[in-house]
Design a protein around this ligand. Structure first.
Ligand code: PSU
Ligand code: MN
Length: 298
């Protein structure tokens, strides 16, 4: 299950960062998806840690992929399933290829002994969830898996207020990175505030260590997108409204909702959202690398 590089990292006591593969396969268009997968791995390395991109290949759970394997996953002509935690066993038994969501990734990472992961935006409560009950399994997975996830808040296609309430109910801490404003994914500020912040990778690692003494949950470290890459709020709101309308008109449901919303958002914003997504996930990979380094050093 572990690549040689990840096994060596464990043996040498180096920091390891889990990276998800759903964002590569279902969250970003080709060819940017492959570039982002590589840039995230490079960012983790530049921070002094080792990347472990997680996926299921031919039914084998893999922690750490080769360049060729990442290339193959990112190839849009391949059929690759979207795997949340509940899908992992079936994918293994049926020898499927699959990309793991945050939920699927932290389930695998934790069993492999990895404590830190990075993604773009956490899944959460969808708009209209009081009718549809559509709430990402990322939240329940994080409530029972002690992994620190670095993300730019929850995706702004979601009901962010409801997502924060569920994070509270589920006992999952949210620490802003150098901010007490909850990041809004493509925007720096979602409009919601946070109780707590951490100001350095060391503070994040120390707080996570202390958290694990009293709680079985993971934590969300929420880093805002940098000012240079954030979307113009007017463009954001217009693209979001159009994307939501398309999803409603097409009657999209289940695991398709998030990929279709992101794709429509990209179309409506003429690709600006893709560049923002790229910038924020690479920055999150870098910060996760710094936190993993601090985590393994102490
Ligand atoms: N962050 C991104 N883009 C993505 C995702 C996260 O910037 O595509 C993916 C992650 O894999 C996350 C998933 O777990 O979206 C959420 O999907 P759902 O809402 O179906 O749980
Ligand atoms: Mn869903």
């Amino acid at each position: 299950m572990l690549s040689d590089e990840v096994r060596d990292a464990f043996n040498d006591g180096r920091g390891v960062v889990a990276l998800e593969s759903t964002i590569v396969v279902h969250g970003l268009p080709a060819p940017v998806n492959l570039e982002v997968a590589r840039e995230c791995e490079e960012a983790v390395r530049a921070a002094g840690a080792v990347p472990a991109t997680i996926a299921v290949l031919g039914g084998e759970i893999r922690v750490g992929l080769s360049v060729e394997e990442i290339d193959a996953l990112a190839d849009p002509s391949r059929t690759v399933a979207k795997l949340s935690t509940r899908d992992l066993g079936y994918a293994v038994a049926r020898h499927l290829d699959g990309a793991t969501t945050v939920a699927g990734t932290i389930a695998v990472a934790h069993r492999a002994g990895i404590d830190v992961m990075a993604t773009g935006g956490l899944g959460g409560v969808h708009r209209g969830a009081s009718e549809s009950f559509d709430e990402s399994a990322d939240l329940t997975a994080l409530s029972r898996t002690p992994v620190l996830v670095v993300a730019s808040g929850a995706k702004s296609i979601l009901d962010v207020g409801a997502t924060l309430e569920r994070l509270d109910s589920l006992g999952i801490p949210v620490w802003g990175y150098r901010t007490t404003r909850f990041p809004g994914f493509y925007l720096r500020d979602s409009g919601f505030s946070l109780d707590w912040s951490v100001d350095s990778p060391r503070e994040a690692a120390d707080a996570f260590r202390a958290h694990r003494v009293t709680s079985p949950t993971g934590v969300l470290v929420a880093q805002p997108i940098d000012a240079k890459n954030e979307l113009d709020p007017a463009l954001h709101d217009a693209a979001l409204a159009s994307a939501l309308a398309v999803v409603a008109a097409r009657g999209v449901s289940g695991k398709e909702v998030t990929p279709v919303l992101l794709e429509e958002f990209a179309r409506e914003s003429a690709g600006v959202s893709v560049q923002a997504n790229r910038a924020l996930v690479v920055a999150n990979a870098r910060l996760a690398g710094e936190i993993a380094r601090s985590w393994s050093a102490s």
